[in-house]
Ligand binder design. Structure first.
Ligand SMILES: [Zn+2]
Ligand SMILES: [Zn+2]
Length: 162
């Protein structure tokens, strides 16, 4: 298990501080140098995640921990090689892409501070990114699509339909 904490003051989301167990109560921030509380109480007894370790918010989303640059590199190489391989390189690239994606581990990300949680138990499950939650958190009462927060946040919530 490991957490990449993003500082609440780091508005451009550049710096993150790595934290590994045993979880400390607070962490010295790589961005501002302050001590920030670590919300380790959000780990369930089974090693799952009930909220963000960085800011304590209970709404998180799951995505594949897949380096986007690698995906782009594969496509570029395949496109360059296409004329010499009778375009077979494109099919190989698509296959490689699908395989990498399939085997990529999950990362659970906080909607509020974007802290990343890796290696936690699969339960409770946090669904994939939901724009409705993002909008509500960003615009509050002014959000058109804003649905109220589900009790308990996104833990074991159904996947978004859209
Ligand atoms: Zn900080
Ligand atoms: Zn957070």
């Amino acid at each position: 298990m490991r957490v990449a904490l993003v500082c609440p003051r780091d508005t451009d989301g550049g710096a993150s501080t790595p934290v590994v167990p045993p979880w400390p109560r607070s962490v010295r921030c790589a961005h501002c140098g302050d001590e920030h509380t670590l919300h380790g109480e959000h780990a369930s007894s089974e090693g799952g995640l009930r909220g963000c370790f960085g800011c304590g918010h209970p709404e998180l989303f799951t995505q594949k921990d897949f380096p986007r640059a690698l995906g782009i590199a594969i496509v570029v190489v395949a496109a360059l090689a296409a004329p010499f391989t009778y375009y077979a390189s494109l099919a190989v690239a698509a296959l490689l892409d699908a395989l990498l994606y399939h085997f990529a581990p999950n990362v659970v990300v906080c909607y509020v501070c974007r802290s990343e949680h890796r290696g936690f138990a699969a339960r409770p499950k946090h669904p994939r990114f939901d724009r409705e939650i993002e909008e509500r958190l960003k615009f509050g009462a002014r959000a058109v699509m804003g649905k109220p927060m589900r009790p308990g946040g996104t833990a074991d919530a159904p996947e978004p339909e859209h």
